[in-house]
Design a protein around this ligand. Structure first.
Ligand code: FAD
Length: 442
């Protein structure tokens, strides 16, 4: 059995490594158009900020290590066409510019995403940076020496992680965001708190501002928006990503409008013997029952594992996502799971919410910090639908408890009597989650 995997980072290499462990005899070939393999893209902002000192620390396994386990890895090889009827792909060798066709028994598409760019007037002259691949992180890091003022276009989580890390290096950072709040997926009260915390790091924000064009002015770049102009040394665009699936456009594979590949719960695409995993695919959202484009590393790794197990003959399914995420904001953790209240409203779901501010540990125990928690629920049934929280301590464990409860469709009543561990250094006798849930009177 010849298994070809397209893309050699989180999803692709998860398939390769797991399949190798499950099936010693499968021929596994990986085509990766870049030079880098199996790296933790999520760590790139922290490499830029100097918290992770060496880029090699981001690499989980090298090409040599994969090859030692019998995985044939071809870097600098781009797959440019799929012929699903003949079960072949066309590959471009980027070193020689030669192309060739090769046959697969099973094909795995794990091609991730690429950064969307503004392409406004002056874009080609200014060549703003993006942060999508490892080579982008290296380019940004190695250009920072003479940089003082940085404009970041886009106040989503990638833009903010870069902003925070550049502020950590004492750069003057200005974030320009089109919408009325940063982190548009969060309810505004949480976005505001995140903004305040980043302002404490001297990061500046311009909201509801549209980038219009760039101009060069000697060594400076002038960023021109519909409201103002900013003279900076570096521009980084973080305005979103789109799936790397253009080469599949005429293959007949089923996709969302933006090109994210639709799969069933076994990660099988609409084409026979072809799977898709990671950022290039859409995931079923368990709360909306729709396929959605939510490109995150946690899903890439899991869907990669699911595919390997299915190829090896175990029937494994990926149950879908509920939209959990977490981000470091200065000294705070901001996290969300399930649906936000704003999101629910947009979906015409008549949900309610309760907010609570509580201490992460007993108030009398030194070092207690406040957490703001919002619980979103269905007022007809009391079933928990979402949670958001922000605080200095104790956010990551609590958001995951809530994720579990939402996944299991627990009601507030069921949740309120859960047997949480308690001792003063770790939580108050009534955990902040229980205090929040107890506000729900159903
Ligand atoms: P990718 O990592 O994009 O890999 C796809 C690979 O396919 C690429 O190397 C590409 O060169 C190759 N490829 C594309 N087209 C072809 C082709 N035609 N032929 C051959 N090769 C091809 N997620 C989280 O869950 N938490 C985080 O904190 C987090 N932080 C992030 C921070 C940053 C700055 C970024 C950029 C991402 C972050 N993510 C985070 C998202 C996470 O990194 C991605 O979800 C994950 O890397 C996706 O893995 P993937 O294998 O699907 O795609």
């Amino acid at each position: 059995m010849k298994v070809i995997i397209i893309g050699g980072v989180a999803a692709g290499m998860s398939v390769a490594a797991k399949l190798r462990r499950l099936d010693e005899s499968a021929e596994i070939v990986v085509y990766e158009k870049g030079n880098d393999l199996s790296y933790g893209a999520c760590g790139m902002p922290y490499y830029i900020g100097g918290i992770i000192e060496e880029v090699s620390k981001l690499v989980a396994r090298t090409k040599e290590e994969f090859e030692k386990s019998g995985i044939n890895v071809q870097t600098m090889h781009e797959v440019i066409k799929l012929n699903a009827t003949n079960k072949t792909i066309k590959v471009l060798d980027l070193k020689t510019s030669n192309t060739f066709e090769t046959f697969y028994d099973i094909l795995v598409i794990a091609t991730g995403t690429k950064a969307i760019t503004s392409n406004v007037v002056g874009f080609d002259e200014v060549k703003p940076f993006v942060l999508s691949q490892l080579e982008d992180a290296i380019k940004i890091k190695s250009s920072l020496d003479k940089v003082q003022d940085v404009a970041i276009i886009g106040g989503g989580y990638i833009g903010l992680e870069i902003a925070e890390n550049l502020a950590h290096l004492n750069k003057k950072v200005h974030v320009i965001e089109l919408q009325s709040q940063i982190l548009p997926n969060y309810d505004d009260i949480f976005a505001k708190k995140a903004e305040e915390a980043l302002k404490e790091m001297k990061i500046e924000f311009s909201l509801e501002e549209r980038l219009i064009k760039y101009q060069k002015d000697l060594n400076k770049t002038v960023v021109i928006t519909d409201k103002s102009t900013y003279s900076v040394d570096m521009v980084i665009e973080a305005i979103g990503v789109k799936p790397n699936t253009e080469f599949l456009r005429d293959s007949g594979i089923e996709m969302l409008k933006n090109g994210a590949i639709i799969t069933n719960e076994f990660q099988e695409t609409s084409l026979k013997d072809i799977y898709a995993a990671g950022d290039c695919s859409a995931y079923k959202h368990r709360l909306t029952n729709k396929h959605e484009f939510v490109p995150l590393g946690t899903h890439a790794n899991k869907t990669g594992k699911v595919i390997a197990e299915n190829i090896a003959g175990y029937k494994t399914s990926f149950p879908g996502i509920i939209g959990s995420n977490i981000i470091k904001i200065n000294n705070l953790a901001l996290a969300k799971t399930g649906l936000g209240y704003k999101e629910a409203k947009r979906l015409n779901l008549n949900y309610a919410y309760e907010d609570v501010i509580a201490k992460n540990q007993s108030g009398y125990y030194p070092g207690a910090k406040q957490i703001l928690i919002r619980i979103v629920y269905d007022p007809k049934t009391g079933v928990l639908k979402g949670g958001q929280m922000i605080g200095e301590k104790g956010v990551s464990d609590r958001i995951n408890i809530l994720a579990l409860a939402i996944s299991k469709e627990m009601t507030a009543k069921e949740f309120s009597m859960l047997d949480f561990a308690y001792a003063p250094p770790f939580s108050p006798v009534w955990d902040p989650l229980l205090i929040a849930i107890n506000q729900i009177k159903i």
